[in-house]
Write a protein that binds this ligand. Structure first.
Ligand code: KET
Length: 415
């Protein structure tokens, strides 16, 4: 008997299984609203023009080679990324209390952060929002965190933030617990706390000595302005918190497969940097030794060249405004069709996703009857909508709401 025979097959990863099911579907009306990736109005992936231009520039630069990067990555990238999230005038940067290390995109930043918190700071307790990006649990559980909890976040009946519930649950967290906060454009709900609410969250976390870990995967996607979207992180820093921020450049640079990420450390004093930096270096050395250069070179070149940086800001504005247009169109069409319920949450939510409120049966109905692929939680990637398919999707949602909850459909359990 094979020594592998006892290995049990694990469950499918929903978001990628849906994308595969979409690819395999031969129906010509099919729509993919699952994975969080930007699409143009013709439904195609988008290489940002500024990224294409920079790729060509780098490819034709004879001085660029393929030597190993340092373990903690490309310095010009990590400093630009750190500045992007903390702000050019950040006091923590000026006082040399903040630095970044390059990671394998946002997921890698979270994994390195979790490893550091667990092995160096002896943290075992983590709290994430309910709902959250489903990988948060797995990353911290795989790292060895033994006490994993969710805090209330989404009020399904009102389709808004359950702020009271959130504070009440955070109030129960033991001192030192790691609290994962979405820096902006919360995934999957599209609802962020207001500035006043962030202040209350900070008050409570300071009082209870909780440790903030910001997941920043959508900077620029909430408002179209990366500075505005970093408000919460910068506010916590201004309050004197020590914290970690995990940045992804997958979405805001469209560099999904290039795995450009940054883990920013904010400390109380510059003096802890050498030790913290050395331990992060050793963690990365043991995991994958050093990061890939391609995506980091692109991000670094763009952020460090004023004209290119401006072009990138224009791309961010364009992407976020197309999403807003799709929100308004979808809401208007659902209302015009007389779809039961209130659909204002679609325009009130921000970022890449809308948490539609559709239930699992309705989701199955959309997949089975209309070949529209979305997560079973009812989350849709707004970027999958365009002027060519929005009518079809609105009609399908209308049908699923009026019929879908009562229809039992023999759906593929794998989805
Ligand atoms: N944080 C959040 C909140 C997030 O939504 C993602 C990706 C990541 C981190 C990781 O991004 P990375 O590609 O490692 O830089 N979310 C999309 C893709 C996925 O599930 O992996 C998604 O939710 O569709």
């Amino acid at each position: 008997m094979s020594i592998y025979a006892k290995v049990e097959k694990g469950p499918a990863i929903e978001v990628f299984a849906l994308t595969q099911a979409f690819k395999d579907d031969s129906n010509q009306n099919k729509v993919n609203l699952s994975v969080g990736a930007y699409r143009t109005d013709s439904g195609a992936p988008w290489v940002l023009p500024v990224v294409r231009k920079t790729e060509i520039k780098i490819a034709s630069d004879e001085s660029v080679n393929h030597e190993y990067l340092p373990v903690t990555g490309l310095e010009s990238f990590t400093s630009a990324a750190t500045e992007l999230v903390l702000g050019a005038d950040s006091i923590a940067i000026k006082e040399n209390r903040a630095f970044g290390v390059q990671t394998i995109s946002g997921t890698g930043a979270l994994r390195v952060a979790a490893e550091f918190l667990h092995t160096q700071l002896n943290r075992n307790v983590v709290f994430y929002s309910n709902p959250t990006w489903e990988n948060h649990h797995k990353i911290f559980a795989d790292t060895g965190f033994t006490s994993l909890h969710s805090y209330r976040y989404w009020d399904q009946s009102k389709r808004q933030l359950d702020f009271k519930g959130m504070l009440a649950d955070l109030d129960q967290a033991p001192p030192g617990a790691v609290i994962i906060l979405h820096a902006c454009a919360h995934n999957p709900t599209g609802i962020d706390p207001t500035q006043e609410q962030w202040k209350e969250i900070a008050d409570l976390m300071e009082h209870k000595k909780l440790f903030p870990l910001f997941d920043s995967a959508y900077q620029g996607f909430a408002s179209g302005d990366p500075d505005r979207d970093a408000w919460a992180v910068r506010y916590f820093v201004s309050r004197g918190f020590e914290l970690l921020t995990c940045q992804s450049f997958a979405k805001n640079f469209g560099l999904y497969c290039e795995r450009a990420g940054n883990l920013t450390v904010v400390q109380q004093h510059a003096s802890t940097k050498p030790a913290v930096h050395s331990q992060l270096t050793l963690i990365i050395r043991g995991m994958y030794s050093n990061p890939p250069a391609y995506g980091a070179r692109i991000v670094s070149t763009v952020l460090n060249t004023p004209e290119l940086r401006q072009e990138w800001m224009d791309c961010i504005k364009l992407m976020s405004s197309r999403i807003r247009q799709m929100r308004a169109l979808l809401r208007d069409k659902l209302v015009a069709l007389g779809t039961p319920g209130n659909w204002d949450h679609i325009v009130n939510q921000i970022g890449m996703f809308s948490y539609t409120g559709l239930n699992e049966n309705q989701v199955r109905y959309l997949i089975k009857e209309y070949h529209i692929y979305l997560l079973k939680t009812g989350r849709i990637n707004m970027c999958g909508l365009n002027t060519g398919n929005i009518e079809y999707v609105a009609k399908a949602i209308n049908a699923s709401v009026t019929a879908g909850s009562n229809v039992s459909c023999p759906c593929d359990n794998k989805l």
